[in-house]
Design a protein around this ligand. Structure first.
Ligand code: F0G
Length: 453
């Protein structure tokens, strides 16, 4: 049998409500043509993010009931600790409320008081916005070192998340003293959910060793990354995905993890640190703002849900279904003539808005126009990743369709595909948008727009 099916059956359901096109036109107008401002009850299929939006399993919900809410040393913490230690081989584990809390603690220690300075740099294959913001908060520069193929949307290559090791070596040869840590993001969200190979991770490790540098992973989607390695990297086809995950973590000095992705929980994060002294300092910062070291800003029940989620995410039937269902959406859109970042990533499909709406110049936001049209036409919420979100720094005008884990069925995805292909038929007549209200920073969340008719 070649058909890959959802490896679960559905025990609990949530209704989603159909709306009419007229209603949606009105809702869009009320929201200032900003999809972040549309109440989620007015969205039919929500592809805004894959973060915290996954469906928990019956065993995770059972864990929620089992959660022990003792302030210190709850058995729920020890179950969580055991699963994370087994999976990563890293002894020192702190729970945090989400990925950016781990980032805040790590970068305060490595770039904060006593270490700040304009001259300092943190390289990454590609920083996610919160990572970049937490680094730049301390006056340190965050730079991206993707390979040329990673920056080219239509180039087909197996590991477009790889770091350009030559550029890293050149940076360290010149500026080693200014680099407190080298980060690698798996998978690389910013350029399309693209994976990083083990070969690349080993090469980054070797350069870090040569210059005596720490190497940390931003490991939100480590399981999806490991599945891509098993599928695409020669010599790893027969390995258990757990071994690949373990080898990945063996290469690093620590990691920040948002459990809202591959932990398949609605809230939670982890900070992993091998070095004893750095871990002690991180524990003190955790207590200052997150909570005691055995709960880190979460409830005991959340730790139970994470422990179970990190177990389930490594099941190969799950990963096969997960990656194949994203790929399916990508294949169908491509077959219908929609340009996307290729090959499809793990957690999302990224549509090229400039190709879809060639009549709309960058400064009139082609991605915004298309996200509004997908909502108006079919009630689908997607996310602009282009000039609205990144201003002049935007290198591409993309629309992200992020796929929540275990939430939507194949017929939901067929509906999404049909909507987008129908919009494509008239996308060259869509109007551009202008911003009519704009906050000082992070404008994509709250700005108001209007169509230029
Ligand atoms: N790193 C990466 C690669 C991410 O994708 C995210 C979140 C974070 C760090 C921060 O984690 O949200 O738990 O604080 N990405 C979400 C997204 C928000 O929609 O891609 P967090």
């Amino acid at each position: 049998m070649k058909t890959i099916i959802e490896p679960f059956r559905i025990k609990s359901v949530e209704p989603i409500r159909m709306t009419t096109r007229e209603e949606r036109c009105l809702y869009l107008k009320e929201a200032g043509y900003n999809l972040f401002k549309i109440p989620s009850e007015r969205v039919l299929i929500d592809l805004l993010t894959d973060s915290g939006t996954g469906a928990m399993s019956s065993l995770q919900w059972a864990g929620i009931m089992r959660g022990d809410e003792s302030y210190a040393g709850a058995p729920s913490f020890f179950r969580f600790l055991h699963v994370v230690q087994e999976m990563t081989g890293i002894e020192h584990v702190l729970p945090t409320h989400q990925g950016r809390a781990s980032e805040r603690i790590l970068f305060e220690l490595l770039c904060g008081p006593g270490h700040e300075g304009e001259g300092r740099i943190v390289p990454n294959n590609a920083h996610f916005d919160t990572t970049r913001a937490n680094i730049e908060h301390h006056g340190t520069k965050a730079i991206d070192l993707l390979t040329p193929e990673g920056e080219s949307p239509s180039t087909l290559a197996p590991f477009k998340g790889n770091m350009d090791v030559g550029k890293l070596e050149a940076l360290l040869a010149e500026r080693a003293d200014d680099v407190p840590v080298v980060m690698v993001t798996i998978t690389s969200n910013s350029n399309g959910g693209q994976p990083v190979s083990l070969e690349n991770l080993r090469a980054v490790r070797a350069v870090c060793d040569k210059y005596g540098k720490l190497m940390f992973l931003d490991a939100c989607r480590f399981a999806e990354n490991a599945w891509f390695i098993k599928q695409r990297e020669p010599g790893h086809e027969k390995r258990d995905v757990r071994d690949i995950v373990r080898e990945t973590f063996d290469l690093c000095d620590g990691a920040t993890v948002s459990a809202k992705k591959d932990g398949i929980v609605n809230i939670g994060g982890i900070l992993l640190i091998r070095d004893e002294a750095l871990f002690e300092q991180a524990s003190n910062l955790l207590i200052l703002t997150e909570g005691y070291i055995t709960y880190g800003g979460l409830a005991g029940r959340d730790l139970e849900a994470m422990a179970q989620g990190f177990t389930e995410v490594l099941e190969e039937d799950y990963l096969r279904y997960r990656i194949r269902s994203t790929e399916y959406v990508g294949e169908r859109l491509l077959a219908g003539g929609v340009s996307i970042v290729q090959p499809p990533g793990g957690h999302a499909i990224y549509i090229d808005a400039e190709a879809l709406c060639p009549q709309i110049p960058k400064h009139e936001f082609p991605g915004q126009a298309a996200t509004c049209a997908f909502y108006e036409h079919g009630g689908i919420r997607s996310c602009e990743i282009g000039s609205v979100m990144m201003g002049d720094a935007a290198r591409m005008e993309l629309i992200r369709l992020a796929i929540p884990r275990r939430v939507y069925t194949q017929s939901h995805m067929d509906y999404v595909i049909e909507t987008i292909l129908e919009v494509k038929e008239y996308a060259d007549t869509l109007p551009g948008y202008r911003i009519v209200e704009e906050p000082a920073a992070l404008r994509h969340f709250t700005a108001a727009f209007e169509p230029i008719r």
